[in-house]
Design a protein around this ligand. Structure first.
Ligand code: PXL
Length: 279
């Protein structure tokens, strides 16, 4: 059975990071080993007064034990990280567990809609850029991509701009950057990837839905990582994760007042498994 190690926080309520990655990747039939970086009572988007238990000291302890018992993984996937210290530990984890037969996905989850998430600053952004340089795949949104490049967030989301940004991000060191939230120009929205090894772009779009739910970046990255581990090509993995994410947003749309904190991804897991068969 294939195994993925994923390193991110547990937001106990709010559906993101590990509470999204674990069910989605497991449902795909991939064993999911987790290193929780922190336990929060809720995620930080839209809630106030949340608790935050820092688990930084546990990261090298867990990794050290895993090393001693000889674990290895087909994929390593990181999401929201709480501090520069955690980024540096995750970077060590990549050195210890990354190899020629597996791959690393970094979702630089730190910003959206032109703004950094609460608690992050420029130093955090530059540490995250260093981590991205070690990854095979990174999955920023436009805000995160602008931060990684040190350019202002322009609000532009079109394909031409996405291609330009992707080439510049690849120059930072990552093999395949993937931008989410790209506007196709004909009423659709999706993701564009750039494989810097063959200089090819890959596109996948679905009809634009005028609803934005928290945690969709985590849904996309989880499905993408699971699909690549299971042997899907870059184009297939993009199509699977774009369609699954769009389904989740569509399902949430009628319930958006009640579901303002997350998406109804649970109702779409069957669709994901169908896409895995069909695509
Ligand atoms: O979905 C990204 C994410 C993950 N974890 C925590 C967050 C966020 C986004 O706000 O606050 C704790």
């Amino acid at each position: 059975m294939k195994k993925i190690a994923t390193i991110q926080d547990i937001s106990c309520f709010g559906k993101c990071s590990l509470t999204v990655a674990l069910p989605i990747i497991s449902a795909m039939g991939v064993e999911t080993a987790v290193i929780p970086t922190a336990v929060l009572s809720t995620h930080t988007g839209g809630f106030t007064g949340y608790t935050f238990r820092d688990l930084t000291a546990d990261i090298p302890e867990i990794a050290g034990h895993w090393k001693r018992i000889g674990l290895d993984f087909s994929g390593i996937y990181t999401g929201y990280l709480g501090s520069r210290e955690q980024i540096s530990m995750v970077s060590d984890f990549f050195d210890d567990f990354g190899n020629a037969d597996n791959f690393i996905v970094v979702d630089p989850a730190m910003a959206d809609h032109g703004k950094l998430y609460a608690g992050f600053d420029e130093d955090f952004v530059s540490a995250m850029a260093g981590l991205c340089a070690k990854a095979d795949y990174i999955i920023p949104n436009m805000t995160e991509a602008s931060l990684l490049l040190g350019i202002p967030y322009s609000g532009r989301h079109d394909r031409e701009y996405a291609e330009k940004i992707l080439v510049e991000i690849a120059d930072l060191g990552c093999r395949v950057p993937i931008l989410t939230g790209v506007d196709s120009g004909d009423g659709r929205e999706g993701a564009v990837a750039y494989d810097s090894e063959n200089s090819m772009f890959y596109y996948s779009y679905r009809e634009h839905i005028d609803c934005c739910c928290h945690g969709t970046g985590d849904i996309f990255a989880s499905a993408f990582t699971g699909a690549v581990v299971l042997g899907k090509s870059l184009q297939q993995a993009l199509d699977i994760s774009v369609n699954f994410t769009a389904d989740c947003i569509e399902k949430t749309f009628p319930e958006r007042d009640e579901m303002w904190y997350g998406s109804a991804f649970e109702l779409c897991i069957g669709n994901l498994l169908e896409y895995m068969k069909q695509i």
